[in-house]
Design a protein around this ligand. Structure first.
Ligand code: ADP
Length: 228
């Protein structure tokens, strides 16, 4: 589903963020991406949702080489990749239902499609009761659930999470990670960058470790934050 081959990313100021990265993540697989700040985690995630194209090497997402993708096909790829962030990025003046529906509006979904898909996404994250609430009326964990519903409402093949529990308490972080692993177990490929050592050690899922823009370890069978 995600195929990264010999990838190097050099930013315009000359910073080399990734060097010779090879990574394959299969359908329905869940992988943690760990590493110190500045090790290249966000850069690697940016490649997956084509915020960036590689300087060298190839990135193939759901069978498509992102670098050779014609401009008009980019929205189609983006629909196939849901993204969630540490700071949730919800629209403060819209309620929960409208925040999730927004992801359908930007891809031109009909009213009928919205009324069908939004309730399903909210049910998946356990927030059906809160559809009329506004973001400021929700806890951090609930806000992250809304952003997960928004990321999933287009039924993407891939979900990318960049430090999704960075602003949450340990108990809530655990619930959010459980939700993300359940989503992977339902067939969505999930890649999750995190600093949360306790969660990584507790989950026993695949762990890919970056140091200075290079993958130094890939515990495919499930590992801890530091162990092979
Ligand atoms: P992480 O997510 O692990 O903290 P990043 O991918 O954000 O790491 O950053 C990797 C390296 O690339 C760092 O040295 C960072 O300063 C640099 N970097 C990130 N974004 C840019 C950018 N837009 N321009 C220049 N350098 C950048």
């Amino acid at each position: 589903m995600i195929h990264v081959e010999g990838v190097t990313v050099v930013y315009s100021d000359g910073t080399r963020a990734l060097s010779g990265v090879d990574l394959q993540v299969d359908r329905g697989e869940f992988a943690f991406l760990v590493g110190a700040s500045g090790s290249g985690k966000s850069t690697l995630l940016h490649l997956v949702y084509r915020e960036l194209v590689p300087t060298e090497g190839r990135v193939i997402i759901a069978g498509q080489d992102v670098a050779s993708l014609p401009r008009e096909r980019v929205p189609y790829l983006r629909r196939n990749v849901g993204v969630i962030f540490q700071d949730f990025r919800l629209l403060s003046e819209r309620n929960v239902w409208e925040n999730v529906a927004f992801a359908l509006e930007v891809v031109g979904a009909s009213r009928r499609e919205k009324y069908r898909k939004v309730p399903l996404a909210l049910e998946l994250v356990g927030l059906s009761e809160k559809e009329q609430s506004f973001p400021h009326q929700l806890s951090g964990g609930e806000q992250q659930r809304v952003s997960i519903a928004r990321a999933l409402v287009n039924n993407p093949a891939i979900l990318v999470a960049d430090e999704p529990t960075g602003n949450l308490d340990p108990d809530i972080s655990w619930e959010i990670m459980q939700l993300l692993t359940n989503i992977a177990d339902r067939g969505t490929t999930v890649v999750c960058a995190t600093h949360d050592r306790v969660i990584v050690d507790g989950m026993r899922r695949r762990v890919v470790s970056l140091v200075g823009g290079t993958i130094v370890r890939d515990a495919r069978g499930g590992g801890g934050y530091d162990e092979p």
